[in-house]
Design a binder for this molecule. Structure first.
Ligand SMILES: Cc1ncc(COP(=O)(O)O)c(C=O)c1O
Length: 478
């Protein structure tokens, strides 16, 4: 465990400057004090008059307010159909680990368990294994980040890092800035902590600095303050675009002016199709940027190893949050990643992944070019897993999904990536998993569905606009 842990128990919440006397045995209150009224029950369904035993969920009147914001995706049921082999799924964002040398991983796990099982099977540091943290610094150097292993906190995937950071910074109602669209898993976290998401427009060069300025101004005009900007600068999920180099400096400058913390989520940064990776935002402003990384896309998502690199004071809080969430990140997974990085050509493996994904990206772009009806547009990713497609005027991706699944092709409707119901004319297409041939077939089916929808629209006029949806992440959506 982190030696800082004991002493930092003295830290209290920001703004709580009142010295508290140590509790004495007789201090325990006689009854549970009432909840402060600001805690509220807004959004909570009224206690039902239906007898508890006949309710579908007999705990419905006991959940915390935030729990009522958690809803399963409306499109989840469709995804269970979409996972059938006859359906070409352009929906799932799961990394394609078919190229991983499983024999190498098997051998290293064998050696690890026999040689160091006593350690690998044990609890360990809440901050993460020191050797792995050193190796993480080496990985990040490829993107210009110079960090000390002490600044790194290992997490259960970068998903947990998003959760811990939000837990540290956000009270219910706090404003978080996100790109429009944004990663569904992060939106799920922000919703769980009852944050208010303000989306900031992007274009082909990523986040638009003018839109960021406008959003900050509007927040300030409302007498409020954003807690952080959550951004995916490289090979964006779901938009497929990257923040251009000149914009990186501009976005950082705006954040500096507004004294805004930046949460840089970068799981795809090393999966670019050009030679040099982008320079991380953190590389140019380590005091303002909290960086999140992951081995899910460059090694294996099943190990659930990610990390956060934070300004020093935040790093200490992150370790405390990590300890209260999990005690420590999984020692075994960390040991596997560490042994893999030490004993295997991981750079060569990343190169192999990049080539595999580039071939699939090319197959998707070529078939979109060949087959999509006029009026359809899409982004051209230079890395990562995703293309963001905009349908011809008036078409609704979510309304189209059941028909597409019937025609044996699946995608994720754009509304899943907005907190405010926008995105109905868009969809995310993933090229990471299917073979190039299957991608072509999937795009052919999708193009036919879009054409049918256009004809229907011509014949019967506009359909109903889709309602806002709030999708919780699942492996198909990541
Ligand atoms: C942008 C982004 N952030 C975070 C994650 C979570 O990754 P991890 O497996 O490291 O938790 C994903 C997964 O798809 C992602 O796309």
């Amino acid at each position: 465990m982190d030696p800082d842990r004991e002493s930092s128990l003295e830290h209290r919440g920001a703004g709580d400057a009142t010295p508290q006397p140590p509790p004495r045995a007789g201090d325990r209150p006689a009854a549970v004090p009432p909840r402060p009224s600001s805690g509220g029950t807004a959004g909570r369904p009224p206690a039902a008059r239906v007898p508890r035993e006949t309710r579908l969920d007999s705990y419905v009147d006991r959940y915390a307010t935030r729990t009522h914001g958690m809803a399963a995706s409306e499109i989840r049921a469709l995804f269970s159909v979409a996972s059938r082999p006859e359906v070409v799924s352009l929906a799932g964002g799961m990394p394609n680990i078919s190229g991983l040398p499983l024999d190498v991983v098997g051998d290293l796990v064998h050696t690890l368990v026999l040689g160091h099982g006593g350690h690998a099977m044990q609890y360990s540091s809440g901050q993460g294994e020191p050797r792995l943290r050193e190796q993480i610094c080496e990985v990040m150097r490829l993107e210009g980040v110079e960090a000390h292993p002490d600044d790194v906190v290992v997490t259960v995937g970068s998903q947990q890092a998003v959760d811990l950071v939000t837990r540290l910074f956000c009270d219910p109602g706090d404003v978080v800035l996100c790109e429009a669209p944004s990663y569904v898993g992060a939106l799920g976290v922000f919703r769980a902590y009852e944050c208010e998401v303000v989306h900031v427009e992007m274009d082909d060069d990523g986040l638009r600095p003018d839109a960021l300025r406008q959003a900050l101004q509007a927040i300030a005009d409302a007498g409020r303050r954003a807690k952080f900007l959550y951004t995916i600068p490289n090979y964006h999920n779901p938009a497929g675009v990257s923040l251009s180099t000149p914009r990186r400096a501009e976005v950082l400058e705006i954040c500096r002016e507004a004294d805004l913390l930046v949460l840089e989520d970068n799981p795809y940064g090393l999966l670019g199709f050009t030679d040099e990776p982008f320079r991380a935002l953190r590389a140019d402003d380590p005091e303002r940027v909290l960086y999140l990384g992951s081995f899910s896309k460059t090694f294996a998502p099943g190990l659930r190893v990610g990390w956060a690199v934070a300004p020093h004071a935040v790093r200490e809080k992150l370790v405390l949050a990590q300890e209260s969430a999990t005690l420590c990140p999984p020692t075994f997974s960390q040991a596997v990643v560490s042994a893999y990085l030490a004993g295997h050509d991981w750079r060569g493996q990343i190169k192999a992944f990049r080539e595999m994904y580039r071939e699939r990206r090319d197959a998707m772009l070529e078939s979109l070019e060949d087959l999509m009806p006029p009026g359809t547009t899409w982004t051209v990713p230079q890395g990562g897993f995703y293309v963001w497609l905009t349908l011809p005027e008036g078409l609704d991706a979510k309304a189209m999904l059941p028909r597409a699944v019937t025609e044996r092709v699946a995608f994720v409707p754009g509304t899943a990536f907005y907190a405010d119901g926008f995105g109905s004319q868009c969809m995310r297409l993933s090229y990471c998993h299917p073979t190039p041939e299957r991608i072509r077939e999937g795009v052919r089916r999708l193009a036919a569905v879009i054409e049918q929808e256009m004809q229907l629209r011509e014949t019967f006029g506009a359909g109903r606009a889709s309602l806002p949806t709030y999708d919780t992440p699942n492996p198909d959506l990541t």
